[in-house]
Every structure is written in C-alpha cells, then in structure tokens.
Design a protein around this ligand. Structure first.
Ligand code: FES
Length: 221
C-alpha cells in the first residue's frame, strides 16, 4: 500500500538548509530552496556523478549543489550545471531520483512510492509548530501502539500535542513531536522532557500508561 511518512520536523529544514534522513533503510536528502518562496524537496541522497551524498552539499538559490565536484541540480531534480564544463548543455538524463514531499502539521512528509492522497488521517489543527525529533530504539509498531497512531494515520493528536513516527531502518523508530503554536498551557521545555521520558520508558520496556496519561490530562511533570 502506498503511504506517506512524517520524516522530520520542519524546524530542521529551514530556508537554504540541507538534511539527510533515513526512510525504510534508504538515504534521503531533504533540502529547502533559498528563494523568496522556498520549496521543500526530498531526493535520493546520492549524486549521479560519483555517488557522493547530496546531504553534504549546499543550496544555491533553487538548486542543490554536490560538495564533491559542484554539479548543481534544480527543477525536476535535473542537473543544470557542471562547473568544470560550464558551456556544456547537460543531458536531461542526468538527474536525481525525486520523491513526493509535503509540508503539514509542522512536519515534512515523504512518500517513497508515489502516494497521491494527502493529508493522511484528516487535516488536524492549524498553526502547528515543530517541537523535536527523538530516535527511539524500538520498532515503529511498538511506537504507534504506545502513541495511539491509528493504522491508517500518520499522526495522533493528544489535545494540542501531535505525535508522529517513522521507520529509519527496520526495528528502529523516530518520534516527532509537534504542538499547536498558541497552546501555552503545554510548555515546550516540559513537553520536550516528557518526550524523553516516553522514549526511555519505551526503550526499557516499562509501562507507558502513566506517561501517556500525563499528556491526556495536560499535566506534564
Ligand atoms: S560526485 Fe557529485 S559532482 Fe561529482
């Protein structure tokens, strides 16, 4: 089944920034243009020239440059400049594999298999801000169970707090935490510490009901 995965909080990919992520064991580079309306892109993290990771690269306006020999890739993920041969018209066949990407609920969502329908599991609240991402040494199935994410949803809302997970590699999980921006009754430092306690409990196999209840009651310790 085609699906979308929430792979990063948007605060980790600001204008002109590049970030490498793993999704289902595959390396993906997320990068945002340095333009007045900076679009977000998700590409295979591999330069088609000599295989350098593009997540080590740099953003030039609306293109991503490879650190090794400076090839630049722009619209349609096509190579548009080879600095050693600036006069060469680059063949259209030289391109990076691009994945579908969306921005929603303070998160970057990627489909590795060309899913179209979006958003997943309803729209959720507006005006959401990213909080943080944590690596959790536990399966995504366990994390979805603990956080209450339905099988057909990508995110679970607990009042003003959204919890989302994705699988970087088999048996590992990434937990993404977002919050409705003006929900100041849930302070960000306390929410961040709460997420760490949830991670620790999941990793140690401890019961998580009490920790999840804190979120439900809006009483973070
Ligand atoms: S490896 Fe990327 S430009 Fe050469």
């Amino acid at each position: 089944m085609k699906r979308w995965q929430p792979v990063s909080v948007l605060s980790d990919i600001r204008r002109g920034e590049v970030a490498g992520v793993r999704i289902d064991g595959r390396e993906v580079v997320l990068w945002r243009e340095d333009t007045p309306t900076p679009a977000l892109h998700a590409w295979e993290d591999r330069c088609p020239h000599r295989g350098m990771r593009l997540s080590f690269g740099f953003v030039r306006d609306d293109a991503l440059g490879c650190l090794y020999h400076g090839w630049q890739f722009g619209g349609g993920a096509r190579c548009r400049l080879i600095p050693a041969h600036p006069q060469v018209r680059v063949p259209a066949s030289i391109h990076v594999h691009a994945y579908s990407v969306r921005e929603h609920a303070g998160l970057a969502w990627v489909s590795m298999d060309g899913a179209e329908d979006f958003p997943v599991g309803g729209t959720g609240p507006d005006n959401v801000q990213p909080v943080r991402t944590l690596h959790v040494n536990a399966s995504v199935g366990a994390l979805r169970h603990v956080t209450g994410i339905a099988p057909d949803a990508g995110i679970a809302w607990h009042g003003p707090v959204g919890l989302a997970v994705h699988e970087p590699v088999a048996g590992q999980g990434m937990l993404h935490v977002v919050r409705v921006a003006d929900a100041e009754e849930v302070p960000l430092p306390a929410l961040s510490r709460w997420a760490e306690r949830l991670r620790d409990a999941v990793e140690s196999g401890a019961v998580t009901d009490r920790i999840m209840n804190e979120l439900a009651m809006g009483e973070l310790a």
